[in-house]
Design a protein around this ligand. Structure first.
Ligand code: C5P
Length: 238
């Protein structure tokens, strides 16, 4: 993976995104994550604008609906020119397979390469208690995450979003030929904020991460470029 730090562009306004990206000498070296906040305000235009800078784009919309609807929605996303996108694994095998078909069809229609499809397992906001009492799940969280990731792999996903804590279990159960994308990353000197289960870039890579998602420690830093470089250097430490 040549651009392993996915910077979460969690800004409400496109002007703030541009101000942030303007600071980088060569944004084409970056992977950036566009989430629902920006996409629901600006739509595909925000993807096109950022894409013009040459960044790799992770469009994180976490689709979850009946297979036909997801397939048709993914067809649109597949034609946008993004590099990664997400689907909920809890929507089941047929839905994930439909998501993959939609991405393939959209990319083909637009003459583009197919975006990588990443499965979202249990959200990190779901506690063991909620899993048991609201989702009525019989498995503990770590086993449920591995089971959903297995289903994602069997359904044609290219990887999953996972916390650093589940990385070792996932690698053991599913192997390293699957893309583990890990948010909740913090260097020792940075504020943890609302993330409760954090790891450093180096630890995540050693435990088998394909890429890491980093937001506020870079985007809210007084010196975003220096912060980005610190995260990249730590990832590259042997
Ligand atoms: O600012 P911070 O580094 O905490 O941002 C992490 C990014 O990763 C945010 O965009 C957040 O929504 C996303 N994310 C997460 N935990 C998950 C899934 C996504 O922090 N389980």
């Amino acid at each position: 993976m040549d651009k392993p730090i996915m910077i979460a562009l969690d800004f409400p306004e496109i002007s703030q995104v541009n101000q942030f990206l303007d600071q980088f000498e060569d944004p084409s070296q970056l992977t950036v994550k566009i989430g629902m906040e920006l996409f629901y305000q600006y739509g595909p235009e925000v993807v096109k604008q950022i894409k013009q800078r040459g960044c790799d784009i992770f469009l994180d919309l976490k689709l979850f609906d009946i297979p036909h609807t997801v397939e048709k929605a993914m067809e649109q996303l597949g034609a946008l020119g993004v590099d990664y996108t997400t689907v909920h694994t809890l929507g089941g095998k047929a839905m994930m397979e439909a998501a993959k078909r939609g991405l393939q069809a959209g990319a083909k229609r637009a003459g583009l390469s197919e975006p990588h499809l990443l499965g979202v397992t249990e959200l990190t906001s779901i506690s063991e208690q909620v899993l048991e009492t609201e989702q009525n799940c019989k498995l503990p969280m770590n086993q449920q995450v591995v089971a959903l990731a297995k289903l994602a792999k069997a359904s044609g996903c290219d990887g999953v979003i996972t916390s650093a804590l589940e990385l070792k279990d996932l690698n053991k159960a599913l192997g390293s030929d699957f893309e583990y994308v890990v948010p909740g990353i913090r260097m020792k000197q940075d504020a943890v904020g609302d993330q409760s289960r954090v790891a450093t870039p180096k630890t995540a890579r050693e435990d088998g991460a394909f890429a890491i998602v980093v937001g506020r420690p870079i985007t809210q830093n007084v010196s975003p470029i220096k912060a980005y470089q610190r995260y990249l250097q730590d990832w590259n430490l042997k």
